[in-house]
Structure formats: structure tokens, C-alpha cells
Ligand binder design. Structure first.
Ligand code: PRP
Length: 209
């Protein structure tokens, strides 16, 4: 038998739905449920090895070919812009990128350069460039919603899922940027070298969605 295909899954938000998908495909994911502190988890009946990682690292591992496959949000793909193939929109992990600001603030009024706080500076830059609007971008790692409340920024570019975080902090969506969902990605060399196995897995996933 070939060595296992190694797949990097994003920890956190997408984890439950991703493991659910692999179980729906018929794989025994006990090792993932009972992972403890173990980092490489075998799924022997699928000849797979699962690595659970942070979203940015999923892309890094797949780009470098140390993982053949990955499941990661379109948000991270748009921000990191790596070299890999995006094969399937998995349809879960649905949310959107949006520009948000304090409720009723009339974001686009005035002539001064606006300051935007975000965890996604590339996405924010591309969005405002498409409008021909000059903005100052401040990278924030944690709860970006804090930035306008602390008067650090005029607005934020962030993920909105239920809208609860915005609402509970007196913010509102100014403009939707784009929809986001989880994607199945593959290393470019793996797709060539292990084409049949990957094609078969892709086919099975598509039938399952
Ligand atoms: C994201 C995002 C918002 C929140 C939006 O953060 O940055 O803060 O979710 O979700 P809502 O519209 O359902 O309220 P996340 O919870 O992923 O945590 P993070 O700050 O660690 O990215």
C-alpha cells in the first residue's frame, strides 16, 4: 500500500464539520476524537494521516508539500494567496468578509484618510484599492471589534458569521466584501504524483456534499 495521504485540517471553527465530513465518507475518526496531545493522527481505513493545525499553518504545510491535502477557510486562502490548488468548496464554515464601523457613523463621509483595523491586511488593502480609496491599515491579532471602540480605527475588515459580535459592541456592517466557506486544497506536486488517489477522494467528497 502507498504511504498515507497526509491531510491538514483547520482546528477550531471548521474542525467539527470537517471531521463530520470524513465520518460521512465512512472513515473511522476515533484517533481524531481521542487525540489528547498527539499531533499526527492515523485514519488507517482511509490510508490517511490527519494533522490538526491553525489555518495559516494548514496553507504553509500544503504549500511546502509536507501535507498533501488541506481543509481551510477561503478567508485564510484570500489573505495568504499561496501556491496550491483549491479543488472543492465544501459548503460549510459559511460566513462573509465585511467592512464594519460604529453604528450610524456614516463611514464614507468626510475627506480624511480612514484607518482600518483588521486581521486580514491583504484582503482589506485589495478591497479599498478596488474602490480607489487610500486607507491606513493597522494589523490586529485578537478581537478586531475593539479597535473602533478604542478609537484606534474608523472601521474594521473582518469575518462576520452571525453578526452577534458586531451587535453586542455597537457596530454594524457598512458593506459586504465577499462570501467565505471551507475549501479542500491540494499540493500541486501531490496532485500530479498521487493523482488517482486524490481524484477518488475528491469524487467521494463531492458525492457526499
Ligand atoms: C471571528 C471574527 C469575529 C467573530 C464574528 O472571530 O473575527 O470576531 O468571529 O462572529 P459572529 O458574527 O458570529 O459574532 P473568532 O471567533 O473566529 O475568533 P478569533 O478572534 O480567534 O479569530
Amino acid at each position: 500500500m502507498n504511504k498515507p495521504l497526509r491531510i491538514a485540517l483547520t482546528k477550531g471553527r471548521l474542525e467539527k464539520d470537517t471531521v463530520g465530513l470524513f465520518e460521512k465518507l465512512g472513515y473511522d475518526c476515533t484517533s481524531v476524537h481521542e487525540k489528547g496531545r498527539k499531533l499526527i493522527l492515523p485514519v488507517p481505513d482511509g490510508n490517511l494521516e490527519v494533522v490538526l493545525a491553525k489555518a495559516n499553518d494548514v496553507i504553509t504545510y500544503v504549500e511546502h508539500g509536507v501535507c498533501d491535502l488541506g481543509v481551510v477557510g477561503k478567508d485564510t486562502i484570500m489573505e495568504m494567496n499561496g501556491k496550491f490548488f483549491e479543488l472543492i468548496d465544501l459548503g460549510f464554515g459559511k460566513c462573509k468578509f465585511a467592512l464594519a464601523a460604529k453604528k450610524g457613523c456614516d463611514f464614507y463621509s468626510g475627506f480624511g484618510v480612514k484607518t482600518i483595523a483588521t486581521k486580514y491586511p491583504n484582503v482589506a488593502r485589495t478591497f479599498f484599492e478596488s474602490k480607489g480609496m487610500d486607507v491606513e491599515i493597522v494589523k490586529i491579532e485578537g478581537s478586531v471589534e475593539l479597535a473602533p471602540l478604542l478609537e484606534l480605527s474608523d472601521g474594521i475588515v473582518d469575518i462576520v458569521e452571525t453578526g452577534t459580535t458586531l451587535k453586542e459592541n455597537g457596530l454594524e456592517v457598512v458593506e459586504d466584501i465577499c462570501s467565505i466557506s471551507a475549501r479542500f486544497i491540494v499540493n500541486t506536486v501531490s496532485l500530479k504524483m498521487r493523482h488517482e488517489e486524490i481524484e477518488e477522494l475528491v469524487k467521494r467528497i463531492k458525492e457526499c456534499l
